[in-house]
Design a protein around this ligand. Structure first.
Ligand SMILES: Nc1ncnc2c1ncn2[C@@H]1O[C@H](COP(=O)(O)OP(=O)(O)O)[C@@H](O)[C@H]1O
Ligand SMILES: [Mg+2]
Length: 471
């Protein structure tokens, strides 16, 4: 992954990350508001070896080094029952030494003769009182029980150098710290989930995913348009919209790749609902816009949608011609003011693959190619049925649509393999339903703009054209 990929994952999942951060903040705020405040109070003890009467420096140094070593054992004494039981008795507490031990912590800063004793309690005054009592009783136990020299005076001296006082502010919850922590944790969890999702995601999401799968060109990029279902013929109804422009650049790219003068194409996809029909009808209109004669055939005899999308009568069509029930000229319907003719699917047969693979079908496409500048055949998905593969035998090229976030990488690879195995000529891929945001971040925004300028003049050149011709 490059930095760009990381940024893309974060950008694509920003809602999830923001939500996770929000949950983090909400949980920590909730905790801060409901948790019982805890107070901490600390006392400090100083341990020293009782100096000899001689007061010699050597003795003093020896005493200090002894105290330093001893202090680490005294730290454990603080929490022992022998000290805490005395505290409980002194303060008349209603608890056990084990329960009290969990509230008392002792430590000794490295290489010092100090012992810090900290007591946590819901009551600030009690925290201080307990801390002081623990300090006093630690000193008592150490000097009278543990370090006795037999002559009455202990060789060790334990002094309190800081008395515990009742704190005015609780140590927890600390609203601002807790919220900051919740925010950071929430963000972290969100980012983690986002990356897990992207690692586990095997759908085609970027143009790069396609380029990694095939070296055939991406002929066009159609952005995601939530109104596509309501207004499928956006090219027609909104000729200046970006989506219409993307069909124009698809048209231009198709013209560039059309080096062997193939003029008939079958449009298919790996799985259903990848925008085959939408691409077919809009590309047909885009081609007719240039004044070319275009025939659009609904070759999807399982789920025909062309007639419906174009708002024409679909009762008679392709199947009627194939079984000789109607003449082509009678069922071919002119659409719009240009030279666009549409052949609907007609009655649905029980044996679509057989019909589409018949010599009648090959002859029909031959006829159409002779009469029209472009022939487009809308077909079912290639991984589901053989129809598209069968039709591709009679057409000059295949246009494969791949829907962003819908088709899986292995599915795209499988359909490319299938097309390769039957020796179909893949003209290129149309990447559909690309979210606008991503279109920009992938540089396809600029790409489309470039395509616009080129397609307006229909001149060769430009980055897109070079790309379209293959690398
Ligand atoms: N660019 C797009 N953005 C959003 N929705 C789209 C787009 N293209 C097609 N659709 C919608 O996706 C669905 C499937 O499209 P369609 O062209 O019928 O796919 P197919 O022919 O591959 O099954 C339809 O509801 C259509 O309106
Ligand atoms: Mg369709």
């Amino acid at each position: 992954m490059e930095l760009r990929d990381y940024l893309r994952v974060i950008r694509a999942n920003w809602i999830l990350i923001a939500l996770s951060a929000l949950i983090g903040v909400a949980v920590s705020t909730g905790y801060s508001l409901t948790a019982t405040p805890q107070y901490q109070s600390t006392t400090k003890l100083y341990v020293s070896a009782r100096a000899n009467d001689s007061g010699a420096t050597a003795d003093l140094a020896q005493g200090t080094s002894f105290a330093r070593q001893a202090v680490s054992s005294y730290v454990s004494v603080v929490n022992s029952a022998s000290v805490l039981d005395r505290v409980i008795a002194d303060l008349d507490l209603d608890t056990t030494s084990a329960a009290l031990a969990s509230k008392v912590s002792a430590s000794s800063p490295a290489n010092t003769v100090l012992i810090d004793i900290t007591v946590t309690s819901e009551d600030p005054v009690a925290a201080a009182a307990i801390a002081n009592s623990v300090g006093k009783n630690t000193a008592y136990v150490v000097t009278t029980k543990l370090e006795t020299s037999g002559q009455g005076q202990s060789p060790v001296k334990v002094q309190t150098i800081q008395t515990a006082v009742a704190p005015t502010r609780p140590t927890s919850p600390r609203m601002s710290t807790d919220i900051a922590l919740g925010l950071v944790l929430g963000l972290g969890v969100g980012v983690l989930i986002a990356f897990l999702r992207s690692v586990l995601d095997n759908r085609v999401r970027t143009a790069l995913d396609i380029e990694r799968t095939t070296d055939r060109p991406i002929l066009g990029v159609i952005s995601l348009d939530h109104d596509a279902a309501k207004r499928p013929l956006v090219f027609h109804t909104e000729p200046r919209s970006p989506r219409a422009e993307s069909y124009r650049s698809l048209r231009t790219n198709l013209q560039f790749t059309n080096l062997d003068n193939q003029r008939s194409y079958v449009i298919t996809s790996s799985v259903p609902r990848e925008g085959k029909t939408t691409t077919s009808v809009n590309l047909a209109i885009a081609l007719a816009e240039t004044g070319a004669r275009v025939a659009l055939v609904d070759g999807d005899l399982r789920l025909p949608k062309v007639a419906e999308r174009m708002g024409i009568e679909g009762a008679a069509g392709l199947t009627d011609v194939l079984i000789n029930r109607a003449r082509l000229a009678d069922v071919l319907q002119r659409w719009g003011s240009g030279q666009l003719y549409v052949l609907a699917a007609g009655l649905l047969p029980p044996n679509p693959s057989e019909l589409l693979g018949s010599t009648a079908m090959a002859a029909l496409i031959d006829d159409l190619t002779g009469e029209f500048d472009y022939v487009l055949v809308d077909a079912p998905p290639i991984l589901l049925v053989t129809d598209a593969a069968v039709i591709s035998k009679s057409t000059g090229g295949v246009i494969l649509t791949a829907a962003c976030g819908k088709v899986k990488k292995n599915e795209l690879a499988a359909s490319l393999r299938a097309l390769g195995q039957i020796g179909s000529h893949l003209a290129g891929i149309v990447f559909t339903m690309l979210p606008e945001r991503q279109a920009d971040s992938d540089g396809y925004g600029a790409y489309t703009q470039m395509a616009l300028r080129d397609s307006a003049a229909d001149v060769p050149g430009g980055r897109r054209a070079r790309r379209a011709k293959g690398k």
